[in-house]
Design a protein around this ligand. Structure first.
Ligand code: SF4
Length: 135
């Protein structure tokens, strides 16, 4: 699978983003508008707030499109158990100590309908297109 993840560098923490996995749940935009702003280029400025807050808000990204890569602050906690949420008409959300495609991660939205061009991750191209509801 081609790596389409782009890295945005900060002093204390880098943030990486894979657009193919973003489902526009907007947790990032709501959580830290000084860091995440789609009307700005670059749209991610990791130094726009305290690094610890950046780590916290990125950890709310349900799809794993966003990740943090701390230099000198604590990283996102690795959950000691995995939760699975199969959303009706939406993807299957995982949160845990995951290895979906050969690398460790904590959050993932998996395709549940078989239409994704980015399998096993959801890309919103099938029945999951209406998730999240407000998008
Ligand atoms: S929180 Fe994650 S899935 Fe939601 S808009 Fe931001 S990057 Fe995309």
């Amino acid at each position: 699978m081609a790596d389409t993840r782009r890295v945005y560098s900060g002093e204390h923490v880098d943030v990486s983003y894979d657009a193919r996995r973003c489902r526009h749940a907007a947790e990032c935009l709501r959580g830290l508008p000084t860091v995440f702003d789609t009307d700005r280029k670059p749209w991610i400025l990791p130094d726009g707030d305290e690094a610890a807050r950046v780590v916290d808000v990125v950890a709310r990204c349900p799809t794993g499109a966003l990740r943090t890569h701390p230099h000198d602050v604590s990283g996102e906690p690795i959950p000691d158990r995995t939760t699975v949420a199969a959303l009706p008409g939406g993807p299957t959300l995982l949160h845990g100590d995951l290895d979906v495609t050969g690398e460790r991660e904590t959050r993932a939205a998996l395709c549940a309908c078989g239409a994704s061009q980015n399998a096993p991750y959801c890309d919103g191209s099938g029945t999951c297109s209406s998730w999240p509801p407000h998008a």
